[in-house]
Each structure stands twice: as C-alpha cells, then as structure tokens.
Design a protein. Structure first.
Length: 326
C-alpha cells in the first residue's frame, strides 16, 4: 500500500517540478549539445543568448518542446525514485540507509525510464530538425524522406532548409530503435547510471539526512508529518540541489552528448556521419581536449536557475503526502 502511495506522491511532485523548469531545461540541453548539433549554424554565446534566440526564432511555446516526453519519463521516474527509496531504506543499515537507498532507487528508476529521457533529449533540442543546404531541391527532398522527415513540413532559413525529423515522442523512439536497435534507446546508459546513482544518493539521501539531523520533519502522535519548518526544509532542499548540481553536471553533459550522437545526420552526398565518441570516457576526454573544461559546464547557468525545481520536488513530495494524509 505504501509503495503505491509513494508512487502517486512522487509522480505528482515530479510533474510539477519538471513542467515548471522545462524552459530552463531546454536551454541547458541546447548549450550542452550544440557542438555536435549540425542544425545550429551560429553557436550560442551564453544561456541568455540561447534563450533570446530560441524565443525569437521559435516562439514561446518552443521552450516546452519535448515536455510531454519529459512527463512520460519523469512521472514514473520520480515516482519510482521515491517508492524504491523507502523500500531500499528498509534493507540497509540505518547509518547509510539514506544515501544508499536514494542511490539504488535512482539507478532502478533510470533503467526503467531511460528511453523516454533519450527521446526528450533528442526531441527537445534542434536535433528534431534536419538541415540541408539546398542548391538542389530534389536532393533536399530525397534526404529528408530517407531520414524519416516529412518534406511537407520543411521551412526555409537563409540558404538552407529544415525538415521536422520527428512527429512526436513515440515516433522518436520508433526511429531510434529502427535505425540502431536497443543501443539507440539506451546509448550512454553506463555514464547515466553512474550519474543517477551518485545524484540520487546525494540529492534524496542528503535531503533526508538534513531533515533527520536538524529535526525538520516533525511528526504528530500518529506518525504523520505536521508540515512544520516548511521554510527550513525548502532551504535544505535548495542547498542540496545546488551542491549536487555542481558535482554531477559533467556526467550529465557527457550523458547528453552520448544520447544525441546516435542521430543519423546525413551529409549532402547521402552518406552518414561517423559517431564522434567511442565511449563515455572518450567523450569526456575529447570535450576537455578540443573544447576545454568550460565546455563540460556549458549551460550550467540555466541549470543553476532551474534549481528551484529541486525544492518543489523534495518538499512537494512531503506536502502531497501530508495534504492527502498518506
């Protein structure tokens, strides 16, 4: 019974947090992947420059592009995170229960929901567009059709054209599986799993530790939360979110690059570009060698700004359970 209660509370708080931070999340993804995104001709100079250009070129609603895939992923992901956390907490020794249960819960949820994270990463940024220089319109139509795009949705931008690659989240998943098999759905899983276990251990476990250590989660005689110390719990959640975001951001950048590199981007002669990275470690070292350490933290300003979603998730989970008396 408590497992499904945790599923409901975690899922609701997860959707609220992710939808609220979707614009900042899209900016972060664009900044992280722009170096290998051929649809971006002029690189973004900063997160603010990215936000201004996306709004000018694509409109306000584009900031929520791919959010449906995010909801598909995030509801079960966060629900499973919270539900499994309490299950694993009963297995480990109390001293390490918070950290280990959070880490194992994060890893379990990631494996289950990973394909939707991949779809969100590809569908949200401009990997959802296929850009070709069009000295020959027939060549453009052939390439667009071969890549699964609909030429009818092509738009002109300067001396090039852009065709929509995907018509939705499920179409993205279908194309990834059709062209690359299971690896298309789980590319970059290794580094993602490392990052998820580390992130969730510090994020969820760290918040639980602070609540316990500073007695922020006051219970009534029935063992239910009273909702006291809301401000203090919010500050604790914000501090944990900021710290964990800095520590785990390089792993997230590598994961996003590994996810999107499998895109079958065609050259003008019809051939397929070679994958730039052989492994997560090769990706990490290549970024450092060719782009510098700054590139590992590309888009961190947007990530920092969206940090408010962490307290919404953590404190929101507590409050949903309290309000519904569960």
């Amino acid at each position: 019974h408590s497992f499904f209660i945790d599923l409901f509370a975690g899922g609701i708080s997860g959707i609220a947090a992710k939808t609220a931070s979707a614009p900042l999340d899209r900016i972060k993804l664009l900044m992280q992947t722009q170096k290998i995104n051929r649809a971006i001709i002029t690189p973004y100079k900063s997160s603010w420059d990215c936000a201004v250009r996306v709004y000018a070129e694509e409109g306000l609603s584009s900031f929520w592009r791919g959010n449906l895939a995010n909801v598909y992923r995030y509801f079960p992901s966060q629900a499973l995170n919270f539900a499994f956390k309490d299950q694993f907490k009963g297995i480990f020794v109390m001293a390490a229960a918070n950290l280990l249960s959070g880490g194992f819960a994060g890893g379990t949820a990631l494996v289950i929901c990973y394909p939707f994270d991949m779809a969100r990463t590809r569908y949200g940024p401009r990997f959802n567009s296929v850009r070709y220089f069009t000295s020959n319109d027939n060549l453009f139509l052939r390439l667009a059709t071969d890549s699964g795009s609909d030429p009818k949705h092509a738009i002109s931008q300067g001396n090039s054209q852009v065709a929509r690659r995907y018509v939705g989240t499920w179409d993205c998943l279908r194309q990834a599986f059709r062209t690359q098999g299971i690896s298309g759905l789980y590319g970059g899983l290794g580094v993602a799993l490392t990052g998820a276990v580390l992130f969730r251990a510090m994020f969820m476990g760290g918040y639980d530790f602070l609540k316990f250590h500073y007695n922020l989660d006051v219970k009534n005689k029935d063992g239910k939360s009273t909702g006291d110390h809301l401000g203090a719990r919010w500050l604790a959640a914000q501090g944990v979110t900021t710290f964990v975001g800095i520590v785990c951001y390089p792993l997230d950048t590598v994961k996003r690059r590994m996810m999107v590199q499998g895109e079958m981007i065609l050259k003008s002669d019809g051939s397929i570009t070679a994958l730039p990275y052989r492994s997560a470690w090769h990706c990490f070292t290549s970024i450092l060698r060719k782009e510098g350490a700054k590139a590992i933290f590309a888009g961190y300003a947007a990530n920092f700004a969206r940090g408010f979603s962490g307290p919404i998730l953590l404190v929101g989970y507590d409050e949903v359970k309290r309000v519904f008396n569960i």
